[in-house]
Design a binder for this molecule. Structure first.
Ligand SMILES: NC(=O)c1ccc[n+]([C@@H]2O[C@H](COP(=O)([O-])OP(=O)(O)OC[C@H]3O[C@@H](n4cnc5c(N)ncnc54)[C@H](OP(=O)(O)O)[C@@H]3O)[C@@H](O)[C@H]2O)c1
Length: 377
């Protein structure tokens, strides 16, 4: 039987719960679960904890147990297909079967190869009525985990680039000063996008010009994203603020330099360079993205200057732009991105508007590459 209208608010509640896994469950997906007993009375709910910790279903089952609920003949709603494999925790599908549930409604199927329909099959084999939702709620469940879907399906993180510009598209004065173009609410909003990501990436130009920390602050978070500096020739100053806690730092160079790398290690950073040391110049975005996917980075948040931003945009490496526009005109200054010249308008980089909203006195636009999110649609 397909999902019923009454399933919709329960799946929406699952998504609200799953939202609480942001900044907590990485690199595991954000998942929420709600349980009712056979009479349709609320029995428990939960969301996925830190990696290696309990998943949403187990948290909800524990909650139900604490409340003394009897789940035999009851229903579970989950925002992602329950897992079917022994990872760091036992399969959630088995836990739901053992609890005696009669019906399980999932918002969307898990693309992870060791699950990918096998959790549903396990539940069905146990005689449970399994329903997979469609439409907006299914899409919202995939949106919340767009980075997880990207890493599993495309073997690369979802790349979100944040830029702050004046109304005339300037991201810094000619002397490099860019702090601050936008107001405090936009900067706080920017922190929320950072918190969603497992890694924040910048270029050495920004490290040298702004000496940023690029950590998550002013909003509560359990995890800090890995901070990544693209720095071909290891120029990151050893007293740079980005090297200080909280959170880990990875400096990516183009070729090995044991002396500089040892100095960076002594300052608390990890270093990496592509294994092929014949690579000249900067490290290609694809190489960086493959490496970060291997580290479990689902969402990559890029905050860089026009040099790196332009190169990554031109390369097609950026999936989404979060652009804050401040209501001021700077006149001469640095552009949003240093892009190669195009000679016809149809050669321009095409972006689709996702949403536009005022944030304090500034405007936030969210844009995506055309068709770039087709893997969740
Ligand atoms: N308004 C904003 O949103 C915003 C955000 C950040 C920064 N900024 C401003 O941007 C300015 C700095 O801009 P920037 O362009 O000099 O610095 P950047 O873009 O942050 O860093 C550029 C450096 O990144 C390295 N890099 C690594 N891979 C690259 C690639 N594929 N393509 C290009 N570069 C690559 C290059 O150095 P190596 O080859 O030596 O590695 C390059 O010089 C500052 O004024 C800062 O205030 C503004």
């Amino acid at each position: 039987m397909p999902a019923q209208p009454a399933d919709h608010p329960m799946l929406i509640r699952c998504l609200e719960l799953a939202q609480q896994s942001v900044g907590l469950s990485d690199p595991n997906p954000r998942v929420g679960c709600v349980l009712h007993d056979a009479k349709g009375t609320f029995a428990g709910e939960g969301y996925t904890q830190h990696a290696g910790g309990p998943h949403a279903e187990v948290m909800a089952l524990r909650d139900a147990r604490t409340r003394g609920a009897d789940l035999h003949g009851g229903t579970a709603w989950v925002s992602l297909e329950p897992c079917a494999h022994y990872g760091r925790t036992p399969p959630c599908s088995d836990a739901l079967i053992e609890a005696g549930l009669a019906r399980v409604v999932v918002a969307t199927v898990d693309p992870f190869p060791q699950v990918a329909g096998q959790g549903l099959a396990r539940l069905r084999a146990a005689g449970i009525d399994v329903v997979v939702a469609e439409g907006d709620v299914a899409l919202a469940a995939r949106e919340l985990n767009i980075g997880f879907f990207s890493r599993v399906i495309r073997s690369r993180p979802w790349v979100r680039m944040k830029l702050a510009a004046s109304l005339d598209g300037r991201t810094a004065l000619p002397n490099g000063v860019s702090q601050w173009i936008t107001g405090p609410p936009a900067r706080l909003d920017g922190q929320r996008w950072r918190q969603r990501a497992q890694a924040v990436l910048t270029g050495i130009g920004t490290v040298l010009a702004d000496n940023p920390r690029l950590d998550v602050r002013d909003i509560p978070t359990t995890l800090q994203p890995l901070r990544v500096v693209l720095d071909s020739s290891w120029r990151t100053p050893l007293d740079a603020r980005i090297l200080r806690p909280p959170g880990d730092v990875l400096v990516i160079g183009a070729r090995p330099d044991t002396t500089r790398q040892a100095a960076l290690h002594a300052s608390g950073a990890r270093t990496w360079h592509p294994p092929d040391v014949t690579v000249a110049g900067t490290v290609a975005p694809d190489v960086v993205l493959t490496m970060l996917a291997g580290l479990g980075v689902n969402e990559l948040h890029v905050e860089a200057g026009p040099n790196l931003s332009g190169a990554w945009l031109a390369n097609g490496a950026v999936d989404e732009l979060v652009l804050y526009l401040a209501p001021r005109l700077l006149g001469p200054g640095r552009p949003l991105a240093d892009l190669p010249e195009v000679h016809a308008l149809d050669q321009a980089i095409g972006l689709q508007m996702v949403d536009v909203q005022p944030v304090g006195g500034d405007l936030r636009m969210r844009l995506r590459r055309e068709g770039g999110d087709s893997f969740i649609r």
